[in-house]
Design a protein around this ligand. Structure first.
Ligand SMILES: Nc1ncnc2c1ncn2[C@@H]1O[C@H](COP(=O)(O)OP(=O)(O)OP(=O)(O)O)[C@@H](O)[C@H]1O
Ligand SMILES: [Mg+2]
Length: 220
C-alpha cells in the first residue's frame, strides 16, 4: 500500500454567502493519477487552486505529507506541488531561455542535456532550443511549457484542463509524457479533464458537482 500524500478534510470554500465548495473529503495516494471531473461551474478549478496554495479554504484542512499545507514555506511547497495553468505563458525569448529559467531561479546551472531529452520526449528536435518563442505553434508552446515545468519534476502535479486546447496529436504527446513521469518518477498527478484518454489513464476519478464531492469511482 502506498501512503497518502494529499488529504482533504471537510474542506469548504465560501465567497460572501456563496458556498462554492462544501465539506470535501478525499485523499490521494503517492503515485496515483487522479481525475477530477464534473459539470462546468461545479467547483473543480476552485478545488485544485486550494490544493495548489493559490487560495485558502474557508473551512477544513488540506494536508500534504501529513502536514497542513499552510505550515510549509510557500515557495518550497510549490516546488513539490506544482500547479500547471491551462495557458502557460512562455516569455518572449527563445525556447532555451524558457527552459533555463527553472535552473536560473534555483541558482543552478542549466542542464542542456536534460532540456534536449525533454524536447525529444515531446517530439521536438534539439534545434528547437534556439527557436524564438514567437515562431512556435500553440501546441508546440504548450509542450515547451510542459517541459519547463518538469525540468525539476515536482512530487505532485496539479493540472487544470491543460490539454483542452490541444489537438489530438499534441494531447497524446502531453498525456504520454505525464504517464511516463508518473511511472518513472512516481509523480502524483491530479488533473481536471473531460478527455477520455486522460480519464482512462487515471487510477481514480473524483466528481465534483455543485460544490460537493459526488462519488468516487475506481478507474483502471
Ligand atoms: N473567487 C470567487 N468569487 C466568486 N465566485 C467564484 C469564485 N471562484 C469561483 N467562483 C464560482 O464558483 C463556481 C465554481 O467555479 P470553478 O471555476 O471552480 O468551476 P469549474 O468546475 O472549474 O468549472 P469549469 O468546468 O467551467 O472550468 C462558479 O460558479 C464560479 O463562478
Ligand atoms: Mg475550471
Amino acid at each position: 500500500m502506498s501512503k497518502e500524500i494529499i488529504q482533504l478534510e471537510n474542506v469548504g470554500f465560501k465567497v460572501g454567502n456563496d458556498e462554492i465548495l462544501t465539506n470535501i473529503n478525499f485523499s490521494v495516494k503517492e503515485g496515483q493519477i487522479v481525475t477530477i471531473t464534473g459539470p462546468s461551474g461545479g467547483g473543480k478549478s476552485t478545488l485544485l487552486k486550494l490544493i495548489g496554495l493559490l487560495n485558502s479554504p474557508t473551512s477544513g484542512t488540506i494536508q500534504y505529507q501529513g502536514k497542513n499545507i499552510f505550515e510549509y514555506e510557500p515557495t518550497e511547497y510549490r516546488k513539490e506541488v506544482s500547479y500547471f495553468f491551462q495557458n502557460a505563458i512562455l516569455f518572449d525569448d527563445t525556447v532555451r531561455d524558457n527552459l533555463a529559467f527553472p535552473a536560473k531561479i534555483r541558482g543552478d546551472e542549466f542542464d542542456e542535456g536534460r532540456a534536449i531529452e525533454g524536447l525529444k520526449i515531446v517530439q521536438l528536435p534539439s534545434t528547437y532550443l534556439d527557436k524564438p518563442i514567437q515562431d512556435l505553434s500553440g501546441g508546440e508552446k504548450q509542450r515547451v511549457a510542459l517541459i519547463r515545468n518538469l525540468m525539476y519534476p515536482p512530487k505532485v502535479l496539479l493540472m487544470d484542463e491543460v490539454t483542452s486546447s490541444l489537438d489530438k496529436e499534441n494531447r497524446a504527446i502531453v498525456v504520454s509524457y505525464i504517464r511516463r513521469l508518473n511511472k518513472e518518477k512516481k509523480t502524483t498527478v491530479l488533473w481536471i479533464t473531460h478527455n477520455q484518454d486522460e480519464i482512462d489513464a487515471s487510477s481514480e476519478i473524483i466528481t465534483i458537482n455543485n460544490g460537493k464531492l459526488e462519488e468516487t469511482a475506481d478507474g483502471k
